[in-house]
Design a protein around this ligand. Structure first.
Ligand SMILES: [Zn+2]
Length: 418
């Protein structure tokens, strides 16, 4: 689904102005209590973290040491599905006076593109004194939470759903829809997610956009697949849209969990088509758009649908319509096991053609032709052809007629010659 849902289209003036946001929402939340908490060797260390969601995290350190401190570094990692652990390092300024060194460093979220609520960050400090002694604080983990709201949460299996607006029933209803979507997806790809997934339901698209540093006007839902977080704006007035948005984003995330590898993504048409399939119900205009394109011979090739879809609305709708049709075609014609195997081969980093060949026996160009032929059969008027039973009946009738004429002629002949 294009996240540019019509509902959000109507809300075009509602992006939070960053200035307003700064003045109203810049509350600092202390995550860890400051003060000396750890003694290592001859230093006493106190550290704390302050979150100003979604803008920054400030790490603070105080060190008591009789020997002057010569170097302070902060190291941290963001918990994510990646193929190599990335440790970031900062070397902040510090002061040293009367046996006390103090330092702080701010992680400016704008510099890293922002992080969603629920992201877990682990950090530790490295301290060196002028005698060459080095110290490392015990690694500590905290959750980068959006404490501007009072979240409630429910967990079912691997899914934890967080919400703050609306009733408890709303949370339950959305969780039920989420589990239904997982069931539908599992029916198509053969597996359930194995790693925890957090869904953050904001009370509206504006509030969701207020949680993002670079929101686009139409953003109604966003999936941070490598962080296993989905954030969507849902309230009582758009529950039905919200349920499909959850299903759609969830499919993207589960597909990522299932197939992520350092070499290749899954084809875009498959990713979007499966996300639409997981929604369960897709608006009629997608099929109308596809039928029209098949009639006009203006479909977009499967190969082209591996690249980002056109921003032109008509082409974009057609791209989604084709993607959905392709996934449904593969599922109904070749079954869940082949589709599941296709993903398994892709997860090993194979090319799209290799994965298609192994799972279905054709490459992408051939898929394009077979699928188009299937659609043309459905959408184009067929030549009036005579069914086999009619041909057989006509043959029998003709034979009978010839027989009758033969008998008549013979009878007449006999009469004549006898
Ligand atoms: Zn999508």
């Amino acid at each position: 689904m294009p996240t540019s849902e019509s509902l959000w289209g109507k809300m075009k003036r509602l992006i939070l102005n960053l200035t307003i946001f700064l003045s109203t929402c810049l509350a600092l939340f202390s995550v860890l209590s400051p003060g000396p908490v750890l003694a290592q060797g001859e230093v006493e260390v106190g550290d704390s973290v302050e979150i100003a969601f979604p803008l920054s995290v400030t790490f603070k350190l105080s060190v008591q040491s009789d020997t002057p401190v010569s170097d302070i570094r902060l190291q941290y990692t963001v918990a994510q599905k990646s193929f190599a652990q990335v440790i970031s390092e900062a070397r902040p300024d510090f002061s040293y006076d009367s046996g006390l060194a103090e330092s702080n460093w701010t992680l400016d979220m704008k510099k890293i593109g922002g992080l969603p609520p629920g992201t877990r960050i682990t950090y530790w400090w490295l301290i060196e004194d002028e005698s060459g002694n080095t110290y490392q604080t015990t690694p500590r983990q905290f959750t980068y939470s959006d404490d501007r709201y009072s979240w409630r949460a429910i967990t079912d299996g691997t899914i934890t759903l967080h919400w703050y607006a609306g009733s408890d029933e709303l949370g339950m209803e959305l969780m039920t829809a989420t589990q239904d979507a997982l069931l539908r997806l599992a029916g198509a790809i053969g597996t359930y997610p194995t790693e925890p997934i957090d869904l953050y339901i904001y009370g509206s698209s504006q509030e969701l956009q207020g949680a993002m540093l670079f929101p686009r006007e139409w953003t109604g839902g966003v999936s941070y697949s490598n962080l296993s977080v989905i954030a969507i704006g849902i309230n009582e007035s758009n529950i039905s849209w919200g349920k499909s948005a959850i299903a759609h984003e969830l499919a993207h995330l589960v597909l990522y969990q299932k197939t992520a590898n350092p070499y290749n993504d899954i084809p875009l048409w498959f990713n979007e088509g499966m996300a639409m399939y997981t929604q369960g119900r897709v608006e009629d205009y997608y099929e109308d758009t596809l039928r029209q394109a098949v009639k006009e011979g203006s479909t977009i090739s499967v190969q082209s649908l591996c690249s980002p879809f056109s921003v032109d609305p008509e082409k974009s709708y057609l791209s989604y319509a084709e993607s959905y049709s392709l996934v449904k075609f593969l599922l109904t014609t070749y079954g869940q096991e082949s589709v599941s195997y296709f993903l398994e081969v892709l997860s090993q980093g194979s090319t799209y053609d290799e994965a298609l060949e192994s799972a279905f026996g054709f490459n992408m160009g051939e898929l394009n032709d077979i699928w188009l032929g299937y659609l043309e059969n459905q959408y184009l008027p067929q030549q009036q052809s005579t069914p086999p039973w009619a041909i057989a009946s006509m043959a029998v009738l003709s034979l009978a007629l010839v027989g009758i004429i033969f008998v008549i002629l013979r009878t007449r002949g006999k009469n004549r010659y006898e």
